[in-house]
Design a protein around this ligand. Sequence first.
Ligand SMILES: Cc1cc2nc3c(=O)[nH]c(=O)nc-3n(C[C@H](O)[C@H](O)[C@H](O)COP(=O)(O)OP(=O)(O)OC[C@H]3O[C@@H](n4cnc5c(N)ncnc54)[C@H](O)[C@@H]3O)c2cc1C
Length: 497
Amino acid sequence: MADLTRRQFVRRAGGAVAAAGLGSQLEWLAGCGSGGSSPPDFTRLARELKGLLVLPADRFYRAVSTPLNHRYANVHPQAVALCASADDARKSLLWARDNEMPVAVRSGGHNYAGYSNTPGLLISFDRMKRVVVDDAHNSLVVEPGARNTDVYRGLQPHGVAISAGRCPSVAIGGLTLGGGVGFSSRKLGLTCDRLVEAEVITADGKVRTCSERENSDLFWALRGGGGGNFGISTSYKFVTHPVSDVTLYSLEWDWAHAPKVFAAFQEAMAAAPDEFSARIGMGRPGQPNGKPGPPTVTALGQFFGPKKELVALLDPALTAAKPKQQLIARRTFWQAKNYFFATTPYGYYEVKSAYAHQPLSSAGIETLARWVDKWPGSSNGDGAGMAMFLSGGAINRVPADATAFVHRDDFALIAMETTWAAEDPKSVSRRGLDWIEGMADALQPHVSGFAYQNFIDRAQKNWQHAYYGSNFKRLEEVKRRYDPDDVFRFKQSIPLS
Ligand SMILES: Cc1cc2nc3c(=O)[nH]c(=O)nc-3n(C[C@H](O)[C@H](O)[C@H](O)COP(=O)(O)OP(=O)(O)OC[C@H]3O[C@@H](n4cnc5c(N)ncnc54)[C@H](O)[C@@H]3O)c2cc1C
């Protein structure tokens, strides 16, 4: 981007509308409004921004417009405002409103359902990643585009942390608004639980400070009410917590033991203190020939305590069947975080989620194992499967109506995923999507009917209840107050009602 001058941007602006290629985007336009009648004046916007306005003719356009999930890469923004300041976001929003152009906001681009994409103006925080730690006040101020890895890098020299996610490239911008689950959440709370202040630009272009004292209804909604619903968050302030060493564990068993080990591991989960976190998963990788790879059952997590105590906690699972691979080791918090960092998925994928109020019955476990076993395959190495994340601890000590994040009395969150690659024929994606639908349906009798709003899924039935439960009505009220014209709108956004 550095070699592209502002003048070049302004010159290219005239060709933008023609190059936008809106023909295949009717679904998005139907959800977003009809657009203005006179051609939008991109030149004006480019001139007003401190950052850059990237247009379809620009050679960087693809890099800054393509969402992580390539399923939604067929929607092309007319322009991407790469904000350099909060004021850039404000100007972009007002410009889009003047031009009756739909907007979407993007921080890290990890939205599973493609909602941080638009055929209109994309307001991007990809260049706003500042992380400032204040030791005197135990606080952390973060710009929305900061990825988990940026946040941890900023925190490490200070020996303090918040609970962030496992994927290094997920941005704090979206993670916080939908909750934020990670391996420290049972001890430190969700990412949103440590939020004490945020700066938000609302649909009227006003910059609002949100906290328990100011705009407290909006502050309530920001903590779990979901990304892209109420305004544009331009800054987040969190309270930090000191961290030092942990004991991490990583275990793998023979697939033949899967149901037995899963049940025993749940027993360990149910008895564990807040210091213990856990993910148990069953999955299969994809292979270049499109066939499913061998199924695996694995467990991963950390314990804010000594190795001896962790081994005792894990005893039911370690004795149910001997792991074929086992690592239980003392590490610094930062080494453990590096160990846990998952590779960012690539290609095409679909996620579904569910909450379980209590450990799954053996029928529930066998259902999942059976479905994992029959994944039809793809050539995406990320493959498919399910993972259960232990909930509870500090997450469940917050009342369900204290923030918009309603999932406060669950045993665990369950995620299901299937992936495929560009080279796979359509029949592969179809079979994968049928498979995940079938697994989620088969799981329903064993779970609560709730789902995680950060694992947002276009096909989620009754999503209003599944994501927000008894908080949905209040979210509608906040929406009416701060976005009465429904500017921030997508297929599953909080409606005006
Ligand atoms: C590979 C992968 C790993 C993940 N791991 C975890 C995990 O460990 N824990 C967990 O809890 N979740 C996890 N998630 C889910 C993740 O938290 C959500 O997808 C999250 O919304 C992503 O935020 P983002 O800013 O990267 O994405 P984006 O796509 O940029 O944004 C997500 C949503 O928030 C809106 N939004 C983004 N920024 C702003 C802003 N500044 N103001 C207003 N609205 C905004 C967008 O419009 C969109 O609707 C993972 C997702 C993926 C794809």
